[in-house]
Design a protein around this ligand. Structure first.
Ligand SMILES: [Zn+2]
Length: 438
């Protein structure tokens, strides 16, 4: 009898060992890769990244040998391609359209807007954006899509939803939740958070000081960060009340910039909203000279978007100066497209940071680690490290040499899964469907 128990015990123990060994097998391995360190700009050549489930479990410079018994692991030989942590777009709207040439927003149902948003987000993932922080969306479409993507009902990026932006004077703005008085502001913040918002966006410029204070305090009590659409004066007031980030930052003074640096307030400059005709031309030439001429639809579409929000040259110049000053002062910059489609305008925004005087590394930091840090998610995302979530992009060329090389995308891995980059089943592009449609 004892012998039987003894054998059973051995069998039991070895089965535990077997299970453990199985558990250590990676699901996905990227080998022969050049890892881009997005913090210091160094390259780690001949690297292997092992992924198990949705996490990075090992990084080394040894060649990876797949044992014959191991039929579970998928090994991808990158043949010297570059691996960068996944891109973020920190100022997204999923359903918004600027310009809205066909008055779509007035006439469509929430369901139609949601389908359009899902397509926009899915296209963004296929362009390398593994995380979208939404800062203003109608009817909690962002919350619904987050759920659909997280639960793998649809394939899409990580979504950080905000619900409607909040303001006390939002009448007439289709997107803004108008809340009159301090109680209403408090309630609006609470309702957004109860409905699934993970960030609160307030329209600082249109609010009284007390209202700004209440919005920030309410959100912080619920452990939710706050960002504000803000120009200089109101930005400074919001910063003193403890706001976490500033969007656009129109005409920020040196004093406000210094305050942002001192209080570690992140800045999302949305340069796409501050282009003059000269800058639009310059931008197109730079992309063309880097060898990235895309389809006519894309060029026409993005030019239309840029002109829809065009500023005069003096203003555009000032915003570029402000961005350069912010970097110099040590303000952490993030990157967001504001306009749609995120896939194209998001990439443009990263490029425009460089065209506006940032280094390639600073632009990449803005689109990765800084954006993760702004949300307090740097323990899980933002760099390629063991233990972090496996959100990665594979590029044929080094974006530290030329920022437009973020367009040489070959693979996207989100949450440990390889994304199918084939064209969407729907044959029409975003441009054809929603912007250029007659
Ligand atoms: Zn916006």
């Amino acid at each position: 009898m004892n012998k039987i128990y003894f054998s059973l015990a051995i069998l039991f123990l070895s089965s535990i060992r077997f299970i453990n060994a199985q558990n250590n097998i990676s699901d996905l391995v990227l080998t022969n890769a050049i890892i881009i360190n997005n913090v210091d700009g160094t390259l780690q050549k001949s690297s292997t990244i092992q992924i198990k489930g949705n996490k990075i479990i090992k990084i080394d410079t040894n060649a990876y040998h797949l044992s014959k018994k191991n039929k579970k692991t998928k090994v991808l030989d990158l043949k010297g391609d570059y691996v960068l942590t996944g891109l973020w777009n920190n100022h997204s709207h999923l359903s918004d359209l600027l310009p809205d040439t066909n008055s779509l927003l007035e006439n469509e149902s929430a369901f139609s807007a949601a389908y359009r948003s899902a397509r926009n987000a899915a296209d963004a993932l296929k362009a390398g954006f593994t995380t979208l922080r939404v800062v203003g969306e109608q009817k909690f479409i962002d919350v619904a899509l987050k759920k659909a993507f997280d639960e793998n009902v649809l394939v899409g990026p990580r979504i950080i939803p905000s619900g409607n932006p909040i303001s006390s004077h939002g009448d007439g703005d289709w997107l803004v939740k108008s809340a009159k008085g301090l109680d209403a502001i408090k309630k609006a913040v609470e309702t957004n958070v109860e409905s699934g918002a993970e960030i609160i966006k307030i329209m600082v410029d249109r609010m009284k000081n007390e209202e700004i204070k209440v919005a920030i305090e309410t959100a912080h009590n619920l452990r939710v960060k706050v960002t504000g659409h803000a120009s200089n004066e109101k930005a400074r007031i919001a910063i003193n009340y403890g706001i976490d980030m500033i969007e656009h930052g129109y005409l920020l003074s040196d004093k406000t910039i210094q305050l942002m640096a001192d209080k570690n307030v992140f800045y999302d400059p949305t340069i796409v909203c501050n282009l003059s005709a000269d800058y639009i031309k310059e931008r197109e030439n730079r992309i063309k000279s880097a060898g990235f001429i895309s389809s006519k639809d894309v060029i026409d579409g993005r030019t239309l978007v840029a002109y829809a929000d065009e500023r005069d040259n003096t203003f555009a110049k000032k915003q570029r100066k402000i961005l350069q000053k912010a970097i110099k002062a040590g303000v952490k910059i993030t990157t967001g497209s504001d306009s749609n489609p995120i896939s194209e305008i998001g990439l443009l925004e990263i490029e425009q940071l460089v065209f506006s005087g940032l280094s390639e590394l600073d632009a990449i930091k803005a689109a990765t680690i800084n954006s993760a840090e702004a949300m307090g998610m740097q323990d899980r995302l933002g760099t390629i490290e063991v233990g972090k979530l496996a959100d990665l992009i594979v590029l044929e060329k080094n974006p530290l040499e030329n920022i437009s090389n973020i367009r040489t995308l070959k693979m996207v891995i989100k949450d440990g899964k390889l994304v199918n980059l084939e064209k969407n089943e729907g044959e029409k592009s975003f441009w054809e469907l929603y912007i250029l449609k007659k």
